[in-house]
Unconditional design. Structure first.
Length: 161
């Protein structure tokens, strides 16, 4: 019998002073059995950093053809493609061809730096690509199956409680 995903319910209150975005999102997010608590919380952080009414979680780890998060237009076109970690060049090229904007959130600083040094020369031609490193040690301690999170963003710094 296969291990099923863990369902997490999150009430995420966002006050993003940089974008003048203030909203509460009630999220139900599946955590894949192979996904660590840390990586799951990185997905929540990526959502909070880009939150709007059209941004949604995809099948993520369960489907190689989809990003972790995306924002689609009413026409079905992908406006924002968000991936986590250190995806390979082929996946990034494909994402840059399919979406208006591609964002990659890296974590684990040493691995991310090594990956970026190897990829930077090949990827700098993509004008719709942005790579951001998230330094969030200990964030997995916030994870509960049901939680209320407050996210404040100001001057490019996120505070999550």
């Amino acid at each position: 019998m296969a291990i099923s995903s863990t369902i997490n319910k999150i009430s995420l209150n966002i006050a993003d002073m940089d974008r003048h975005y203030y909203q509460t999102h009630d999220l139900i997010i599946a955590q894949h059995p192979s996904e660590t608590d840390f990586r799951f919380m990185i997905r929540v952080i990526a959502f909070a950093a880009n939150a709007n009414e059209q941004l949604s979680f995809s099948k993520g780890l369960a489907d190689d053809e989809e990003p972790e998060l995306w924002q689609k237009a009413l026409t079905g076109d992908i406006e924002i493609w968000i991936d986590l970690g250190q995806p390979d060049e082929k996946r990034i090229r494909k994402a840059c061809g399919r979406a208006d904007q591609v964002m990659i959130y890296t974590y684990y600083e040493r691995k991310a730096k090594t990956w970026w040094e190897q990829q930077q020369g090949k990827l700098q031609r993509f004008k719709n690509l942005q790579v951001v490193h998230i330094n969030a040690e200990g964030v997995e301690s916030l994870l509960k199956r049901s939680m209320q999170l407050q996210c404040n963003i100001q001057d490019g710094i996120m505070y999550l409680t």
